[in-house]
Ligand binder design. Structure first.
Ligand code: HMG
Ligand code: MG
Length: 326
């Protein structure tokens, strides 16, 4: 049944790497997305077209995207690649790469199709449920951030490119505390869906979310008319509440979850917040519930171990480490 399937959005190459202080070689970034593309994960957020002055680690995103577009589509599962974008300039840079990339050559001379498409790509935009976080992260007000999205939605629509929208600090703000108004999140979600977003990623940037407040937020979203299938949940695991909160999401019918291999990550404008919930931990739990992610646990666990070693960090995935040790 369709409801037994859960969609994992692997955000490790973007959310996972953006906060690393030491410059990561392009080859490592490219190898990470390539290896992830062969785990069965259906969506990968590969890079971000933000201002390099603000997030230097993402300065090589055009090169990462060029590599991604040259990759032969992995089989059997084709991957959708997402690219984070804060404003018109970011979108222009995204299209510059997309439009200059050659089409992927057909896999064999005997292939019947004369040309093959590029892998499917999508933009992800981001705003936040509090004024102070919006200001710190994107240097504008919440209203201004929505204004910035208008040309992005119209161009993306004309070009037939999907747009997903993040709402940061939905369950707690580093500047305003844990009790972010769930109605502010719901109003933003409704507005972004009306503007043309194909999915809202409701983000617990700080990891302050708890089971009761996650429940309250999902109820408030539902009362505002936001359907479970319009939502993805994006948990940072700072307080180890990502999996309990995921259970709440599953009970509400949400079937899309953002995760990062090896528990990589953190937002540069959310001090103290740790990585995203580890993909391996999420996949292990979902599989134990009889839900299907399509993700190969062995491959994912190996990538988590490898990338953390590359970064000189401890592997943050409990399930990944246990899986490899057994
Ligand atoms: P600003 O300084 O107000 O921008 O920053 P500006 O328009 O005044 O331009 C300043 C300079 O940046 C100019 O260059 C622009 O050309 C350049 P200069 O003339 O000084 O040489 N610039 C750009 N360059 C490349 N790409 C662009 C771009 N835009 C301007 N797109 C801005 C405003 C939004 C650009 C900035 O605040 C920014 O880049 N913020 C992004 C911060 C960020 O990446 N945060 C992390 C990602 S969000 C996140 O992690 C949360 C999430 O995971 C969900 C969750 O967990 O909550 C998604
Ligand atoms: Mg995040």
């Amino acid at each position: 049944a369709a409801s037994d399937k859960v969609r994992i959005i692997e955000v490790g190459p973007r959310d996972g790497l953006q906060n690393e202080k030491k410059s990561i070689p392009l080859a490592t970034k490219v190898e990470l997305t390539e290896r992830l593309a062969h785990t069965g994960v259906p969506v990968i957020e590969a890079a971000s077209f933000v201002a390099p002055k603000w997030v230097p680690q993402m300065a090589s995103s055009a090169e990462v995207m060029e590599h991604v577009l040259r990759q032969p589509p992995p089989s059997p599962v084709p991957v959708l690649y997402q690219f984070l974008c804060p404003n018109q300039k970011g979108m222009d840079n995204f299209f510059k790469v997309l439009d200059s990339a050659p089409l992927t050559p057909p896999p064999s001379p005997s292939s019947t199709s004369s040309k093959q498409d590029k892998p499917e790509v999508e933009l992800s935009i981001f705003t936040a449920a509090t004024e102070s976080f919006t200001r710190k992260n994107t240097n504008c007000s919440m209203a201004e951030s929505l204004e910035r999205f208008k040309p992005i939605f119209s161009t993306a629509k004309a070009r037939n490119i999907g747009v997903r929208a993040y709402i940061s600090v939905a369950l707690g703000c580093p500047y305003e505390g844990p009790n972010v108004d769930p109605h502010a999140v719901a109003n933003l979600a409704v507005t972004l869906l009306e503007m043309g977003a194909n999915e809202i990623s409701v983000a617990d940037t700080t990891g302050m979310g708890t089971v009761p407040r996650t429940k309250k937020l999902l109820e408030t979203l539902s009362q505002a008319g936001v359907r479970a299938e319009d939502i993805a949940l994006h948990f940072h695991d700072t307080y180890a509440q990502a999996l309990p909160n995921t259970i709440v999401g599953l009970e509400h019918g949400v079937r899309s979850y953002d995760t990062a291999v090896g528990g990589l990550g953190g937002c540069p404008y959310s001090p103290g917040a740790t990585g995203n919930v580890a993909t391996e931990d999420m996949v292990h739990m979902l599989h134990s519930l009889g839900l299907d992610t399509g993700v190969d646990m062995q491959r994912m666990a190996e990538i988590g171990e490898w990338i953390n070693a590359e970064l000189g960090k401890a592997n943050e995935s409990r399930a990944g480490k246990a899986f490899l040790a057994q």
